[in-house]
Design a protein around this ligand. Structure first.
Ligand code: SIN
Length: 548
């Protein structure tokens, strides 16, 4: 790849076959697969260069606990309730998705799961195994059998991130396989010429730069920092949603922001909070209110292992009814808790609590964006050359409520498919000579103000009045030219909040992760709404059939 000064002191210009924006499971899987096919890849990474021992890591992948939901062919079953199949995994995914999961898109993703996981194991990911070397499997909400493989007990994401980064490091040393990182860099624009992607503009160390490429993959993760408290790391600021909207792509299902039922309750704390994995309930944990009563009794036949939207709402109801600020996860029935859940135990301890007390205070916390940039089954968006994979994308797998641990699986499968698309586009040469325009002024709301407003008006429960207030607040955002990473993020948060609010306002029913107090019923037929950016405004785009 050539590197040259771009313009008179304006920055740096590079070329690549593929630009990957984001360094989590989808992004690095795509980068590795593309490099193995001989493509030159640039990964634009918002975080610092990878070091496994950093206290805080930039990707949500790193913080994933529960594991990867995957059907393993020929796996030894441990009883009649433990016989798995793609059909059963599909049925569980459809049930959790509350009528909006697209079975035609979903089945092939689930069916590709095992080969993708096998490739990950080949890159060095070390999942937990029993004494006979069989992969251990756990259960989480909405799964009718044990099908979730895990690593390091509850450190699955950290193990995957480590394996992917180690595999990338080996390629970086191999002159035949080119993966180059731009660390501490944020993409400010996907460059599009005549409807076709030509690369990205980015900001790194106060310097602007460009990478010319025929294909750009958005793998930027989620949107947790729309809210004051979230299970997501600080980089989850909706960057890819904003980039895609500004490039002309469609988004859908953004109203379905999944709140995890069990985020550690720490009064008044902001930012990333400790997740208490659903696998804790899969291994015998029980949710009880302040008086010790079950939170989920009578709510759903699967009880504490009901789909996530159901349990999160049951927790919210218990908090309302008791007037107590949290509920408790009773872990007295979980064998060997600290050995099985070392990450959760460390998080509890660092909040000044002791897992041996057997009662963990928890509240629902913003966790996962079920919708996103609309893609087809090969990660293509509506913009020629722009791909999206992982949490930022909306493939149709998650519907209105993602089934636990389907996200790492989706990132792996769609990362591989995105790489295959990039391989097919390698000979398209972008013009790539246009000047690097500095971004124009964008609406940017103060981050804390935005997060507090979203936490009050657009969280687990919404109403027309609250949404109208939220829309007015966003409309009043002052405009300025983003000049720092933080300001680029704030502009992305502001635009995405506008899109989430528009989507939540348009959905006058309750479904999955979207609960309207003024429209409590679920419509008989569920459909997704698509939106795009037109003259700076979020407008419904009515994309038929929801393919990209
Ligand atoms: C968890 O471990 O509970 C989170 C898993 C997920 O979000 O899929």
């Amino acid at each position: 790849m050539s590197t040259s000064t771009y313009g008179p002191g304006a920055g740096i210009a590079d070329r690549a076959d593929l630009v990957v924006v984001g360094a989590g499971i989808a992004g690095l899987t795509a980068a590795l697969c593309a490099a193995e096919s001989g493509l030159s890849v640039v990964v634009v990474n918002k975080g610092p260069s990878w070091r496994p021992d950093r206290g805080e890591q930039p990707t949500s992948t790193f913080y994933a606990q529960g594991g990867v939901a995957v059907v393993m062919p020929g796996v030894r079953s441990t009883g009649p309730d433990d016989v798995d199949s793609i059909d059963l995994h599909l049925a569980d995914t459809l049930a959790a998705g509350s009528g909006l999961t697209d079975p035609a898109a979903t089945r092939p993703i689930l069916a590709d799961g095992w080969s993708s996981v096998s490739a990950l194991i080949g890159w060095g990911a070390d999942f937990d195994r029993d004494a006979d070397g069989e992969l251990l499997r756990t259960r989480e909400g909405g799964h009718s059998v044990r099908r979730i493989i895990h690593a390091g007990g509850d450190a699955t994401g950290a193990a995957i991130q480590r394996a992917l980064n180690d595999a990338v490091a080996q390629r970086e040393a191999d002159p035949g396989q080119s993966i180059r990182f731009l660390d501490d860099a944020i993409v400010t624009e996907v460059r599009v010429d005549d409807g076709r992607v030509t690369g990205v503009a980015y900001l790194q160390d106060d310097r602007w730069g460009v990478v010319h490429a025929p294909t750009v993959l958005l793998a930027t993760g989620g949107a947790g920092h729309l809210y004051a408290a979230t299970t997501n790391p600080s980089g989850a600021t909706c960057d890819g949603i904003a980039l895609a909207l500004r490039a002309g792509a469609h988004v859908a299902d953004l109203e379905f922001i999944q709140f995890h039922p069990t985020m550690l309750y720490t009064p008044g704390a902001r930012g990333r909070r400790t997740l208490i994995s659903e696998a804790v309930r899969g291994e015998g944990g029980r949710l009880v209110d302040a008086h010790g009563r079950s939170v989920t009794d009578g709510v759903h036949p699967m009880g504490d292992l009901a789909p996530r939207d159901v349990v999160a709402n049951a927790v919210e109801t218990a908090i309302e009814l008791t007037g107590h600020p949290c509920v408790y996860l009773d872990i007295s029935g979980v064998p060997d808790f600290e050995r099985r859940f070392p990450t959760v135990s460390a998080g509890i301890r660092s909040a000044g609590l002791d897992p041996a007390g057997n009662r963990i205070p928890v509240v629902p916390g913003a966790h996962y964006l079920c919708g996103g940039v609309v893609t087809d089954d090969e990660a293509r968006t509506a913009v020629d050359g722009l791909l999206a994979a992982g949490e930022v994308a909306r493939t149709g797998l998650h519907g209105a409520n993602r089934l636990a641990s389907n996200s790492l699986l989706e990132g792996l499968v769609m990362g591989r498919r995105a790489a295959a698309v990039a391989v097919g586009r390698r000979d398209l040469r972008p013009a790539g000579t246009g000047p690097l325009a500095t971004p124009g002024p964008l609406p940017i709301l103060d981050r804390e103000l935005l997060q507090d407003m979203m936490s009050r008006q657009v969280a687990l429960r919404r109403s027309a009045d609250g949404l109208a207030y939220a829309a007015e607040t966003i409309a009043s955002a002052p405009r300025r030219v983003p000049a720092t990473v933080r300001e680029v993020e704030d502009a992305a948060l502001t635009l995405t909040a506008a899109a989430v609010i528009a989507a939540a306002t348009a959905r006058t029913e309750s479904r999955g992760a979207h609960v309207r107090t003024d429209f409590p019923l679920t419509a008989e037929i569920g459909e997704s709404h698509t939106f795009r950016l037109v003259d700076g405004e979020i407008r419904e785009s009515g994309l038929a059939g929801i393919t990209a």
